[in-house]
Design a protein around this ligand. Sequence first.
Ligand SMILES: NC(=O)C1=CN([C@@H]2O[C@H](COP(=O)(O)OP(=O)(O)OC[C@H]3O[C@@H](n4cnc5c(N)ncnc54)[C@H](O)[C@@H]3O)[C@@H](O)[C@H]2O)C=CC1
Ligand SMILES: O=C(CO)COP(=O)(O)O
Length: 338
Amino acid sequence: MPERHRVAVLGGGSFGTVIANTMACNGNQVALWLRNPALAASINERRENDEYLPGYTIDERVTATLDLSDALNGIDTVFVAVPSASFRTVVKDVAVQIGPSVVVVSLTKGIEPGGFHLMSEVLAQELPHNPRAVVSGPNLAREIAAGQLSACVSASPDSAVNASIHDLLHSDSFLVYSSSDVYGVELGGALKNIYAILSGLCHARDFGENTIGMVLTRALAEMSRFAVELGANPLTFLGLSGVGDLIVTCSTPLSRNYRVGYGLGKGQPLAEVLAGMDQVAEGINTLGLVKAEADRRGVPMPLVNGLYGILYEHRPVSEVFSDIMFTEVARDVEFVAS
Ligand SMILES: NC(=O)C1=CN([C@@H]2O[C@H](COP(=O)(O)OP(=O)(O)OC[C@H]3O[C@@H](n4cnc5c(N)ncnc54)[C@H](O)[C@@H]3O)[C@@H](O)[C@H]2O)C=CC1
Ligand SMILES: O=C(CO)COP(=O)(O)O
């Protein structure tokens, strides 16, 4: 296969690695920037990210590098796959090293701590002249690595940018759809992490499937309501990056956020659950940020408030669920049914 594009992926965790490899298998030359020398050696010499995705073979067209300038040299597109807490720092370094024609894509599903900035807003602030997009969807890295059929949504106001991302990423096992609703697509990816924690907690407490179905339906209503307030299209939440990602992340211990909730539901303190994880669970930070923003804007979010009460105010799970289900229900039923 001839070389097609030169791209960079920033962040050598599970998602950065799998997206880098997907593009390499499509014939593109990919620089994967990371910070851990041993991991870079593992990828370059043994074709394996032995820390995050052991056993997954990485194509020869992926070159791991510790040098950001090296990674960005001669590229036409850069994908950012670091946690939201590090996103701006990384993007600022990128901004001084790339020209205005390079397409910049966020893969990150979170909200910047210390304010309420979505990753698309951080990109717009730091790289105002570059074409930009976000990619999100029901995309468990381990399943993509296992070759399970998966699909994502590329969102940009510029259809040519969506087309270029499709060209890089789309394959027989990884389908790329397009949207112009950037906020809707990225908010779906960020907000569902909160409800994945809640779902893990419900599963740990052996809640019935009927109950969990009701909780997830209300989660969809709640996240759509919040996103619409921020300017998203509610219909986006009926698609892959909304309900699609919500279903996946709320259903499986492959999700880090679900595992956090499961641990909490089994009575582990939050600090202990997090200490046992070597990967990011974005929903923890997102929960506090969304609660503050929803309170500020007057958006009713009973599930967010309830989970916040459990995590940070030591409220008993049974009391919170009783409040959510019997006191707050009318508003959400009305929303879901309308
Ligand atoms: N793993 C998954 O299934 C999916 C993850 N995502 C999102 O992608 C983002 C990254 O997730 P993962 O790769 O799964 O996380 P991860 O925890 O597996 O890896 C994150 C990587 O970023 C690196 N990193 C952190 N701060 C950095 C900095 N300042 N500079 C350079 N590297 C830094 C870490 O060392 C680590 O290698 C998150 O926002 C996540 O929500 C999105 C879709 C699927
Ligand atoms: O976003 C994901 C799947 O779409 C991954 O979820 P976690 O970050 O909870 O593992």
